[in-house]
Design a protein. Structure first.
Length: 95
């Protein structure tokens, strides 16, 4: 799994990259066929936004979270990705 982190209006520090990698490690346990994860961090006035696109075999799963704190936005985004991947995995099992 390749994680690409970009910043829009924010410089991406090593601490932010490590936090993202730690939070996205659990999605690897749920779904092992993940190609790349593209995370975009954005700051607009007082709103911090974390947006991610996960590319898996022929599909892309998107999640976006906003908060006053960047780390909380990253946590919420990781939770959304996790839920969507579990739902996708269950859908595949039932077919």
């Amino acid at each position: 799994m390749k994680i690409i982190v970009t910043g829009d209006g924010i410089s991406v520090t090593d601490a932010l990259k490590q936090h993202i990698e730690i939070k996205l490690q659990r999605i690897k346990h749920h779904f092992e066929h993940i190609d790349t994860v593209h995370v975009t961090l954005r700051v607009e006035k007082l709103v911090h936004t974390a947006e991610a696109g996960v590319s898996i075999a022929k599909n892309i799963i998107h999640a976006c979270a906003e908060d006053a704190d960047m780390y909380t936005a990253i946590d919420d985004m990781a939770d959304m990705i996790d839920k969507q991947l579990l739902k996708h995995k269950e859908k595949i099992k039932h077919h």
